[in-house]
Design a protein around this ligand. Sequence first.
Ligand code: 5GP
Ligand code: SF4
Ligand code: MG
Length: 490
Amino acid sequence: MCGVIGIYDYEEVIAKTYTAILTLQHRGQDSAGILTYNGRFHLKKGNGLVRDIFDHRNIARLKGHISIAHTRYPTVGEGSVEDAQPFWINYPYGIAGAHNGNLTNFFELKQELFEKSHKIINSNCDVEAILSIFTEHLEKFRSKELTPDIIFNAVRYVYRKVKGSYSVVIYIADKGMLAFRDPFGLRPLLFGINRDKLIPSFAFASESVTLDVLGFKDIKDLKPGSAIFIDKNRKVHEKKISNKPHRPCIFEYIYFARPDSYLNKINVYKSRVELGKKLAKKIKKIKLPIDVIVPVPDSARAAAIEIARILNIKYREGLVKNRYIGRTFIMPGDTLRKESINYKLNPIADVFKNKNVLIVDDSIVRGNTSRSIIQMVRDTGAKKIYFASYSAPLKNPCIYGIDMQTRGEFIATNSTPEQIANKIGADKVIYQDVKDMQEAVREQNKEIKSFCKACFTGIYPTGDVSKHMLEQIEEEREYMSKHLNLTLNK
Ligand code: 5GP
Ligand code: SF4
Ligand code: MG
């Protein structure tokens, strides 16, 4: 998962872009980049947090009215600065882009581009492949005026060639800004227009919060399999190109996105309240002697409050988070992840001592977080510790951009809730059912018939995922995480 932004303004855009990129820091803390355009591209990218990468010097150099920005969460790629986005290439047009998602046929594309078109994909970054495929189509029209139709046909060509998930923002020098979502709309992408001034300005972003903060009022989601092109005269062209069913990633609502965002007309916070409501009904049936309900901050708070309200049990914030440590899951490599959980959370002994507690979290992935939390809560003198996850058991690799790509990584693979409880040291583990999980998120937008929930069910909506492909991805993943561990532990 990453954060992507494109701004098409009428005045110097760097201040807005910097504000915007900060709103998407939670989508990736591995690297970030901003590219601007004023007759030439200016680019600054680096590893780490936004606030550490940009300073007065490089901000002063990022001139222009047009920008593309990105925060990266590592999926494919070795975490090097060369693989950070945005990317630009020079032929057949000056063209720059960034994307959020993960291509499942990246290595095939890389090979094909080299063998058939003698193009080298220099990085391990998906967007370089997308740009190369996109321009392969444009090349045929170099002598012609670049019309919206030609551009949309190039997107159609991308859809034919590129598999996986991708929400893309591209700027074609002096021609215009283009954004598109993959055919299934797996990853989010929103579009805003600001007409407050004489000249309208436009922006694309992975989450609505970015457009809110920039003052955009007129905000909408790009439809799955559709593209929006703003030409050099600021005319907006929109086209639905593919008619696949919409299958947005359910994990955005469970964990990833900010609670104040609206994605696919669904507010993330409200969906977490609904998830809590459904889970409360299940817990009620089990009739556990719970004295106090405590969320794992921050994502589980909304659901835990709702569970406590429905069960009429005391809600307490018994785990305190150190805000200055990044998101644990985002830490590449298991060693770093395990270490940072312990610095990150600390229990308030009085909340737990001699009590039966229900701890609520959004998910259990590897079980590192829950195991350490349960241990620290036991140490305070709690009696029974029940652990509830408002998402279903995670068992399958995500091939669409979330860093949990091998089956061996999941505590729930081949284990029952009882066995999981045993492994993490809980007296009981309660999971949301898959059906309830989906219905809770669908509640606000029934037009979405189904979500991608492949990491829970093993059913991949793009339909092109073979067992062999999963094994290959797992192998690559294992290799990369070992490699990342080595480099980061130095
Ligand atoms: P575990 O320690 O079980 O591997 O991780 C579960 C915890 O990681 C949960 O508290 C969840 O909030 C957090 N988390 C952070 N990022 C992600 C992510 O991308 N996916 C999932 N499933 N959990 C994440
Ligand atoms: Fe989201 Fe899971 Fe689907 Fe990945 S597999 S896109 S995390 S729902
Ligand atoms: Mg968490």
